[in-house]
Write a protein that binds this ligand. Structure first.
Ligand code: CTP
Length: 219
């Protein structure tokens, strides 16, 4: 199967030397891409700026901003059977991007931000994607309720819920623990382990959903 994966953070520029970003390392998305490749699938990895080298044996598309990631996904999603959105896309960007470095002339500075494109939220409604759709939910409270809500609002087949308030897992760490949220309020816990092992396990679940959907369609 052909699988598209988004990974890493995005950077939203303020001026030529500054940007807004977040703590995503991209490790989970890269581990998923490698697990998919190792299981014999064709992978397109759309990555924000990370300190990881491009994995071999797959198409890697590097982007910086949410807008660039949106356009890259739009260009590739129609070709794939599965789309996994593990990127920590910035939800807001500065309204104004200065051409020159902003000087510290004023005592205070107020930034005005605007919403970025919701890439996961566009998959069904804007891109018309009909394949298996997997979102991630990084939350600090009401983990499962927020993940279930995201699942139905965005038309996902699975939302991978990640409690980022827990020390030692999630952002920047090499280990993670997640709860899989399926339609019908079904949940499955994947316990704390290396992101590599977790990615293999997660990929098994995702391939199973995609195969079941395929079989369902063929009937
Ligand atoms: N995502 C995306 N594009 C964005 C923001 C997020 O594709 N501009 C994707 C992430 O890759 C992840 C999921 O959406 O799969 C995370 O959703 P998030 O934005 O956290 O959830 P929402 O419910 O839309 O909003 P909130 O931030 O209020 O929770």
């Amino acid at each position: 199967m052909h699988i598209l994966i988004t990974a890493g953070p995005t950077r939203e520029p303020l001026d030529p030397v500054r940007y807004l970003t977040n703590r995503s390392s991209g490790k989970m998305g890269y581990a998923l891409a490698e697990a998919a490749r190792d299981a014999g699938h064709q992978v397109t990895l759309i990555s924000g700026p990370v300190h990881l080298s491009a994995p071999e044996g797959m198409e890697v598309i590097r982007v910086d901003s949410a807008r660039q990631m949106f356009l890259a996904v739009q260009n590739h999603i129609t070709k794939v059977a599965i789309a996994i959105f593990s990127a920590a896309v910035a939800d807001y960007r500065p309204v104004m991007q200065a051409d020159q470095k902003i000087k510290k002339n004023a005592a205070s500075l107020t930034l005005q931000l605007e919403r970025t494109e919701d890439i996961l939220g566009s998959a069904r409604s804007v891109f018309g994607f009909k394949g298996t759709l997997v979102g991630f939910a990084a939350e600090t409270e009401n983990l499962i309720a927020n993940a279930q809500d995201k699942l139905s609002r965005k038309g996902c087949d699975l939302v991978v819920a990640n409690d980022v308030s827990q020390a030692g897992i999630g952002f920047d760490s090499s280990e993670n623990a997640v709860t899989l949220c399926f339609p019908g309020a079904k949940t499955v816990n994947l316990p704390q382990q290396s992101k590599m092992l977790l990615a293999r396990d997660l990929m098994h679940h995702i391939i199973r959903i995609a195969s079941d959907t395929d079989t369902g369609r063929a009937d």
